[in-house]
Design a protein around this ligand. Structure first.
Ligand SMILES: NC(=O)c1ccc[n+]([C@@H]2O[C@H](COP(=O)([O-])OP(=O)(O)OC[C@H]3O[C@@H](n4cnc5c(N)ncnc54)[C@H](O)[C@@H]3O)[C@@H](O)[C@H]2O)c1
Ligand SMILES: O=C(O)C(=O)C[C@@H](O)[C@H](O)[C@H](O)COP(=O)(O)O
Ligand SMILES: [Zn+2]
Length: 378
């Protein structure tokens, strides 16, 4: 018998026959058997989980087993970005095949963005596609990676270079899981929350400036609100532009610079995705200012807010924290692999104001190099 649990909010991603609900609330893992059975009736589930969330995995496993919905023991994946690799994909795929996954079964991805991206990609390719349910347990995964269907792994050439669009059938956001998340990881997730304000909602950004301290304290009201507002914005953008033909690229604010920093750092945990995105957003804002697209007050405000919550916002701070920093050629080399490069032209998400991002097409490489050279000296 599973507990009756009610979500406090529901957001829908509208994609025709691939539409799905995102349920947000406290204690939702306890209600997972009910939500899964309602969303995918008659299906059985295989769990892929981060080793660090074993307690939640055991709870989920027991609930699904009790309801007769479990395929077999949880497939555990080592924590950290290094697991978004071909080797992990092979291991997870083999383990799912060992469990006897069939086309009509579904994979449950339980963990942060690493597990969501990896297990989501395994599901996308296994038997040419089985369904996936995302149960995100980091702030980053709750506000961003569990929604929208981008799945994939990293390669030596750069971030997320092998993957597929594979929308989940359900996203189950249990805010209680954030209680065990290390503070550094919580902050990394906050970068993507701030991103939504910066790219498309100045009122939300202002609210974040006023409420960040309470959000970091896991105060129920502002935390729930921050997650719900973020998810609503992402769901709305994805519903409009599932495969990034247009507006979805705005969700990449800070990522062209950020992914380059992350790839340079080598997926070792020295620079977390959110930390790289925070620095990347400041660089995008400062480049926007240098190019005359926005006033100094815009980049200053973004930098001040991200610095206030503890992010490194300059390469010199990165150098101080890590004892090393990328070279200009390393950064620009990784930037060439960005998926927004089209016909060899570099496209960047820039800001004309807080809450106003746009895609700048065919940005001259010499301008980017000159800007980054100065930033590396700053
Ligand atoms: N698909 C997308 O749209 C999308 C969007 C944003 C980011 N991403 C990807 O997401 C990844 C980053 O995700 P992340 O920040 O969640 O990192 P992550 O998955 O590595 O999780 C962060 C850390 O927290 C631990 N952890 C997870 N949940 C926990 C919990 N509840 N309690 C205690 N520890 C917990 C993990 O073991 C890990 O050490 C990157 O690979 C990034 O590229 C994808
Ligand atoms: O969902 C999206 O679209 C995003 O760009 C969200 C990003 O936060 C996320 O990091 C995404 O994985 C980046 O995708 P990529 O296509 O630049 O690899
Ligand atoms: Zn991101």
């Amino acid at each position: 018998m599973t507990a009756q649990v009610k979500p406090s909010a529901r957001v829908d991603v509208e994609l025709g026959e691939r539409s799905y609900p995102i349920l947000i609330g406290n204690g939702l893992i306890a209600g997972a058997p009910q939500f899964l059975a309602e969303t995918l009736p008659g299906t059985r589930f295989a769990i892929v989980a981060d080793e660090a969330v074993r307690a939640y995995a055991e709870q989920l496993e027991a609930g699904l087993a009790g309801a007769g919905l479990l395929l077999g023991p949880t497939v555990y994946v080592p924590s950290g970005e290094a697991s978004k690799s071909f080797a992990s994909l092979e291991r997870v795929t083999a383990a799912l095949l060992d469990l006897g996954v069939e086309r009509d079964h579904a994979v449950v991805a339980l963990g942060g963005g690493v597990i969501g991206d990896l297990a989501g990609f395994a599901a996308a390719t296994l038997k040419r596609g089985v369904r996936v349910v995302q149960v995100p347990t980091t702030l980053l995964a709750q506000v961003d990676s569990s929604v929208g269907g981008k799945t994939g792994i990293d390669t030596q050439h750069g971030k997320n270079l092998v993957g597929a669009f594979h929308q989940p059938s359900l996203v189950l956001i249990d805010l209680d899981t954030l209680k065990t998340l290390p503070p550094r990881e919580f902050r990394a997730g906050y970068a993507e929350v701030a991103k939504y304000g910066a790219l498309g909602d100045s009122v939300f950004f202002r609210w974040l400036e006023d409420n960040a301290a309470a959000i970091f304290e896991l105060d129920t009201y502002p935390l729930t609100d921050a997650v719900e507002t973020s998810v609503r914005m992402k769901a709305e953008i994805v519903s409009r532009d599932e495969k990034e033909a247009g507006d979805r690229a705005l969700l990449n604010l800070g990522h062209t610079f950020g992914h380059a920093v992350e790839a340079w750092a080598g997926y070792s945990g020295d620079v977390l995705h959110g930390e790289a995105v925070a620095l990347g957003m400041v660089l995008a804002a400062r480049f926007s200012e240098a190019e005359g697209f926005c006033a100094h007050t815009v980049s200053r405000r973004l930098e001040d807010h991200l610095a206030e919550v503890g992010f490194a916002t300059t390469f010199s701070e990165l150098r101080q924290r890590l004892g090393r920093a990328p070279t200009l050629d390393e950064l620009t080399g990784f930037m060439e692999q960005d998926k927004k490069v089209k016909d060899g032209k570099m496209n960047l998400v820039l800001l004309s104001g807080i809450g106003n991002a746009f895609v700048a097409k065919d940005v001259a490489r010499d301008k980017i190099r000159a800007f980054l050279a100065a930033e590396l000296e700053r």
